[in-house]
Design a protein around this ligand. Structure first.
Ligand code: HEC
Length: 155
């Protein structure tokens, strides 16, 4: 039993941290840093507009800014504003997955700024509101209370 294949090597904390990037709905895991909608607009123009269109209205890739009401369950109906239950998911998604062709290339400040820009364009925060680890989790998304717990007895 003592014999092992002797594969792999111990991983240090810093190496784990680089992969440990999940943000929980309540903001647990949000990094230091901050950004405003105005700062986000600049990054957006440089790194996002070619796919997501002017002002996030959609283009090659879907809209990030929309006033469409949720009128059904098809994916085509769902937008960040009308569907996503937590503002913190916007940060998590952008940081891990965008820009599409170069994920993980944004700084945390850029991700906060882009999150602030998308929230402000969707009229969910004010045009000058600073987003950081304290303020972002406090932004309540419109659809937050409409999710039904499928197995409430298991909570
Ligand atoms: C090369 C094209 C491209 C670029 C550039 C790009 N995106 Fe995307 N984006 C996509 C595609 C494609 C999807 C859908 C991905 C999926 O569903 O897996 C997406 C999805 C998203 C979503 C989720 C939208 C939703 O409603 O599900 C967000 C938020 C987002 N992108 C933000 C950004 C931001 C911010 C930038 C700039 C840093 C950016 N994207 C740059 C192509 C792009």
């Amino acid at each position: 039993m003592a014999e092992t294949p002797d594969l792999g090597k111990p991983i240090d904390e810093a190496a784990i941290a680089a992969w440990d990037i999940s943000i929980l709905p309540d903001g647990t895991g949000l990094p230091k840093g901050s950004g405003t909608p105005a700062q986000g607009a600049l990054v957006y123009a440089e790194k996002c507009v070619t796919c997501h269109g002017d002002n996030g209205k959609g283009g090659l890739a879907g809209a990030l800014v929309s006033d469409r009401e949720l009128a059904g369950i098809s994916a085509a109906q769902k937008t960040i504003r009308n569907f996503w239950p937590y503002s913190t998911t916007i940060f998590d998604f952008i940081r891990r997955a965008m820009p599409f062709q170069m994920p993980r290339s944004l700084t945390d400040d850029e991700v906060y700024a882009l999150t602030a820009y998308i929230l402000a364009e969707n009229k969910l925060i004010g045009g000058n509101d600073l987003m950081n680890a304290q303020t972002l989790p406090m932004v309540k998304m419109p659809n937050r209370d409409n999710f039904i717990i499928r197995f409430p007895d298991r909570i």
